[in-house]
Write a protein that binds this ligand. Structure first.
Ligand SMILES: Nc1ncnc2c1ncn2[C@@H]1O[C@H](COP(=O)(O)OP(=O)(O)O)[C@@H](O)[C@H]1O
Ligand SMILES: [Mg+2]
Length: 242
């Protein structure tokens, strides 16, 4: 059995809209082992992105704890949490979220720049550039390094986003419907690339997806129901209610 990387306990999250309260996460528990790949499936609007944002420290829960390698992440200062976010987690979003004014290479270098102070950065700039280039080339983008996102196809943009998520060598990749915006053929190519990069690096991955074929490759599949996660077998069950 692998060591535990991340443990979330009793996560609750509500959104307030005027006078009404939407209860999204209702005491959710989750454990992810080092190097483990966990897929999360569930209906649209059920709270999958909300969970990913909390685990990746982009948002906070109303209640509950997230421990990573024994550290209680929400008890840390904002500054320390930012450091964890930058070093420990890599994000891949459905809509890429690249900076349109920067080139592909610059987009990938950005997290390294953010993770280092100005002094440290000047010493690391060259190595960071080389590393970013190496990952982009590995993803088949050697001819696109100086392209800006608007000049790239959807599949190419998502490959740049994968490279950006990997550049700081995170322990956990958080992927929010990474192929959800792509046509089936491009989607297959991007999934293969993501899988290959992940296998090479042996990183843990939490993968939200509607793509059954992608989910089926995970070590475990969890379904989000009623604000919690339940184990789901690997077999495809298109109509669990019926
Ligand atoms: N910032 C927000 N303010 C208010 N409601 C939100 C906010 N973000 C998400 N929601 C609501 O919370 C629910 C869960 O959203 P989300 O986590 O994005 O679901 P999923 O990713 O599973 O589609 C939805 O009903 C959504 O409308
Ligand atoms: Mg979502």
């Amino acid at each position: 059995m692998s060591e535990t990387l991340l443990v979330a306990r009793g996560i609750r999250k509500n959104y307030r809209m005027g006078s009404s309260v939407i209860e999204v996460l209702k005491g959710l528990d989750l454990e992810i082992g080092e190097g483990e790949v966990v897929a999360v499936v569930g209906a649209s609007g059920i709270g999958k992105s909300t969970l990913l944002h909390i685990l990746g420290l982009l948002d906070r829960p109303d209640q509950g704890t997230v421990h990573c390698r024994g550290i209680d992440l929400f008890s840390l200062s904002q500054r320390e949490r930012a450091r964890w976010r930058n070093r420990t987690f890599g994000f891949i979003f459905q809509f890429y979220h690249l900076v349109p004014e920067l080139t592909a290479l610059e987009n990938v270098i950005l997290p390294v720049m953010i993770g280092n102070g100005t002094m440290a950065w000047s010493g690391k700039k060259k190595a960071a550039g080389e590393r970013a280039r190496e990952i982009l080339v590995d993803l088949g983008l050697e001819g696109r390094l100086k392209h800006r996102p608007p000049q790239l196809s959807g599949g190419e943009r998502q490959r740049v986003a994968i490279a950006r998520a990997l550049v700081n060598d995170p322990d956990l990749l958080l992927c929010d419907e990474p192929t959800g915006n792509l046509d089936p053929e491009t989607s297959t190519g991007v999934s293969e690339a993501l899988w290959r990069m992940n296998e090479d690096r042996e990183q843990a991955m939490l993968l939200v997806t509607h793509d059954e074929r992608l989910a089926a490759r995970a070590d475990r599949i969890l379904r989000m129901v009623e604000g919690r996660l339940e184990e789901r077998g690997a077999s495809i069950d298109p109509d669990p209610a019926g």
